[in-house]
Design a binder for this molecule. Structure first.
Ligand SMILES: CC(C)(COP(=O)(O)OP(=O)(O)OC[C@H]1O[C@@H](n2cnc3c(N)ncnc32)[C@H](O)[C@@H]1OP(=O)(O)O)[C@@H](O)C(=O)NCCC(=O)NCCS
Length: 110
């Protein structure tokens, strides 16, 4: 599935959606970046290789058809997602930082 800037992949079992990956191309100085915005596999279908196939498929697609020089995503450090992606060569960026601005305190904080 794709539009001019979005790229996606779905894993199905019959008419059931069991996993998806959605990402977006972003222009950068020396080529495009592929931002992986969402990826998930149905809880009762995890750990059988669906996530690996979705990721490999999406990366192969953007590598073959787009001027993508790197893929990236935002996730919590030391999380299960970091452990998953690190298996496929993703590492913490040495050159880029995430800057954020808190606009509201999370519920329950004073
Ligand atoms: C993370 C997620 C997408 C992985 O999908 P999956 O289909 O369960 O993963 P796979 O079965 O393809 O696993 C591929 C490999 O990663 C490993 N792996 C899977 N989940 C892992 C985790 N949470 N931590 C570490 N390794 C993990 C598997 O053991 C497997 O290793 P192997 O090839 O050596 O056997 C899935 O667990 C999920 O949807 N989690 C909740 C949502 C989420 O965290 N999304 C990612 C943030 S964008």
């Amino acid at each position: 599935m794709e539009t001019s800037t979005f790229r996606g992949a779905a894993a199905t079992d019959g008419d059931q959606l069991v996993g998806m990956l959605l990402g977006q191309l972003e222009g950068w100085i020396d080529g495009d970046l592929f931002l992986i915005q969402e990826m998930c596999v149905a809880p009762n279908r995890q750990n059988v290789g669906i996530g690996r196939r979705l990721l490999e498929y999406a990366l192969a697609q953007v590598n073959a058809t787009d001027q993508v020089i790197a893929a990236y995503l935002l996730t919590d450090g030391e999380s299960r997602a970091e452990a998953f992606y690190s298996r496929y060569g993703f590492g913490r960026s040495s050159g880029k930082v995430v800057l954020n601005l808190r606009l509201k305190q999370p519920a329950g904080h004073r």
